[in-house]
Design a protein around this ligand. Sequence first.
Ligand SMILES: Cc1cc2nc3c(=O)[nH]c(=O)nc-3n(C[C@H](O)[C@H](O)[C@H](O)COP(=O)(O)OP(=O)(O)OC[C@H]3O[C@@H](n4cnc5c(N)ncnc54)[C@H](O)[C@@H]3O)c2cc1C
Length: 308
Amino acid sequence: MDNARTLLESLPLDLQSQVRQSVPLNSLTTLRVGGPAALLCRVSNPEQALRFQALALERQIPFFILGGGSNVLADDRGFQGLILHISTENLDRKGDTVRAGAGISLDDLIERTLDLGLTGLEFASGIPGTLGGALVGNAGCYGHEIGEFLVEALLLRPDGRLETVGPEEFGFRYRETDLRETGTVVLEAVLKLQRGDVDQAAGLRQEKILDRRTKHPVDVPSAGSWFRNLPAAEPGGRRRAAGVLLEQAGAKDMSEGDARVFAKHANMIINAGAATSTDVLKLAARMQSAVWEKFEVRLVKEVRYLEP
Ligand SMILES: Cc1cc2nc3c(=O)[nH]c(=O)nc-3n(C[C@H](O)[C@H](O)[C@H](O)COP(=O)(O)OP(=O)(O)OC[C@H]3O[C@@H](n4cnc5c(N)ncnc54)[C@H](O)[C@@H]3O)c2cc1C
């Protein structure tokens, strides 16, 4: 973006301190892939979100909302616009509910709510990323989803309205909501938890973290499951794991440059060193074709691709 510097200089001082230029997206995404973002704006409160969004709209600069970057593939050419990096991290308890900033890491939120004597979220222990990212993608595992806990959320709509809404506005479904990729920013959320058995919940949390260590690329760059699981064969049944079809189609032996299919989970792409977005996209396309050729099933990607 040619006018990044001009834009930066034209900002009031309090906003300038929240903006960085030419920030490598590989440092902000868990797959560790991606070139520079022209501008990165740290959003620490709703007012900043409002002002940055107004700026992007007024100057007609494309913008992208980023949380923990654990479900995003950024392009090697970077992003010629403004990244709204959601960093609202407040946490307040009221009875058995908590009001939390959308930028809080989901795992910190789980730890801190347990410290407050509240249980419920421990099933999600070890899911990377922020509360905001989890809410717009309805993150889940082990039979539960984050959407089950939402009471209300503070949103910044694409037209600049701040609005408090209930869960019905999200339209929660499997790894999806009506808000993902609409330009709506989730700024805060109120979650209803329980005053349950904290020791038991903490035990479950450790169990889930250990389970993830054996199955997931916890210490290697990845973006989690690349493709969505498939709908259940019959109503009310369990979803069919995309990883099983991928494994049967031979995906575990596939690689493109340093982008490789994770040895323990055929639905996960890892960056073994210097993978590029081209490597990752080529590998994902090969995985998808292999499943199509063997089963005539078209896998749908779960990870968001941030184009330049
Ligand atoms: C090792 C590993 C394991 C994983 N396991 C699971 C799992 O078990 N279950 C699961 O569901 N996911 C899993 N994931 C995927 C990922 O962690 C989740 O999707 C996570 O909730 C994404 O949150 P994020 O903050 O990183 O979002 P990002 O990756 O930053 O963004 C994802 C999408 O959400 C949007 N977004 C982010 N924050 C906001 C906001 N505040 N307001 C509006 N839009 C926003 C972005 O624009 C983008 O479209 C895993 C990932 C990894 C790397």
